[in-house]
Design a binder for this molecule. Structure first.
Ligand SMILES: Cc1cc2nc3c(=O)[nH]c(=O)nc-3n(C[C@H](O)[C@H](O)[C@H](O)COP(=O)(O)OP(=O)(O)OC[C@H]3O[C@@H](n4cnc5c(N)ncnc54)[C@H](O)[C@@H]3O)c2cc1C
Length: 378
């Protein structure tokens, strides 16, 4: 392939590669941000096929197995995958969250150890942030990693850890200093999920699937080189990761949204006036999001807005789809899956209420909401 900088030539090559991979059955159908267990084998094969064909890690340095191209090339890859309804990578947690964090903050040793194996599918990652008492209030997390000689001793519990049952490594936030203020005592780690003392228990969700897990740590000895970034400086590493998680695929999202909007329009035929009214309102919200992403999709400020609108539209879309289908929506099928899956998407990666808080405080400049234990001026 060319591997040149010409974006339009690259787009054509992307489309050709994806189309050939789709025809030969190598490409894995798209499945969104979280890898469902049913797609595990196909997604693993597809990631490896991309790596072996020099089509993995579009903007990652070639010294770590990537293609060494620009972020703009990576967007084109995502757009072409969205057009073909093909997964752009194995999983978000590895190829975006862990990978970008290691590229930003990793030591040379960490980059060499993790980046290429991640592109090759030899490492599947999970994200170990949320805890039973710390989701929206992530800084309240209580899992501890206390230094003891050459190790950090890890204890505590995580929950909702997508793909943890398959993962070889996890990106982990744990408290390393209980005396510091809550944001300042946290560190960020690259945790080997094979270490003794880690117990992963899959949770059954209402779709019937087991996409996420509870993860328990009992005196797990993490080597000192598991630390990513500064000791006690994990909050800023994590904030950049959350921004990556919320920003999604931007223009690629527009392509999927357009397809969904078209399918909604088709569904409007023969429905009652109330349903058509709901569909029209949804369509106009969808078109607004589409225009917003087309114009400002690359602006990091857009991340919470896109996350909020996209998942709320997805939820309403599933509700209307089930109303149109009537009792059939209670039977097995794609529409039923969407109905049962869409509420979770309004929560994963930060709930809709939290996105509204972020938009209010950081974009609209509204006063910060009161923090427990601090004065309103703090
Ligand atoms: C499908 C799915 C996959 C996930 N995958 C992962 C994963 O891989 N790794 C991981 O670490 N986590 C994961 N999560 C967890 C997710 O990040 C949390 O569920 C989310 O951050 C919300 O936290 P919580 O569940 O503890 O709810 P809580 O924080 O307890 O919130 C409960 C309710 O209160 C509201 N609320 C809380 N605080 C405020 C506030 N200040 N203002 C207004 N309303 C508020 C929330 O919006 C919510 O409606 C996943 C979740 C889902 C649903």
């Amino acid at each position: 392939m060319t591997k040149g900088t010409d974006l339009e030539a690259f787009r054509v090559e992307c489309a050709q590669f994806i189309s050939a991979a789709k025809d030969s059955g190598e490409a894995c159908p798209s499945y969104g941000a979280i890898l469902p267990p049913a797609y595990y084998q196909a997604a693993m094969r597809w990631q490896r096929y991309c790596y072996d064909s020099d089509w993995a890690g579009i903007h990652w340095p070639s010294s770590y197995g990537g293609m060494g191209l620009s972020k703009r090339h990576n967007i084109i890859w995502h757009e072409e995958c969205a057009k073909a309804e093909i997964a752009p990578y194995l999983n978000l947690q590895g190829l975006v969250l862990a990978g970008e964090a290691i590229l930003r903050c990793g030591t040379l040793e960490q980059k060499e150890k993790f980046l290429r194996p991640t592109l090759m599918n030899e490492i599947l990652w999970c994200q170990l942030f949320s805890e039973p008492g710390a989701g929206s209030d992530l800084a309240g997390l209580q899992s501890s990693a206390i230094i003891d000689g050459d190790y950090f001793v890890l204890n505590g519990q995580k929950v909702w850890s997508s793909n943890a049952q398959f993962a070889q490594f996890g990106i982990l936030m744990a408290r390393t200093n209980f005396k510091a203020s809550k944001h300042k005592g946290i560190s960020f780690f690259l945790l080997d999920m094979e270490l003794p003392g880690i117990d992963v228990r899959p949770l059954k969700q209402m779709t019937g699937d087991h996409e996420f897990c509870e993860v328990f740590f009992d005196d797990v000895l993490m080597p000192r080189n598991a630390l990513l970034g500064e000791l006690h400086g994990g909050w800023s590493v994590a904030m950049a990761v959350l921004e990556d998680e919320r920003s999604g695929a931007g223009s690629a999202d527009v392509i999927s949204l357009s397809r969904r909007l078209q399918s909604m329009t088709n569904n409007a035929k023969g429905t009652d006036s109330l349903t058509r009214q709901s569909l029209t309102s949804l369509l106009s919200r969808g078109r607004s999001l589409q225009s917003l992403l087309e114009e400002r999709g690359s602006d990091p400020m857009m991340a919470p807005i896109a996350k909020l609108l996209n998942t709320e539209i997805g939820y309403d879309e599933a509700q209307i789809e089930s109303r149109i289908r009537g009792p059939l929506s209670m039977l097995d099928g794609d529409a039923t899956d969407r109905l049962l899956y869409s509420p979770g998407m309004r929560i994963a990666g930060g709930s809709s209420e939290i996105q509204k808080n972020i938009i209010g405080e950081r974009i609209l400049g509204l006063p910060r909401e009161p923090q427990i234990g601090t004065s309103p001026e703090a």
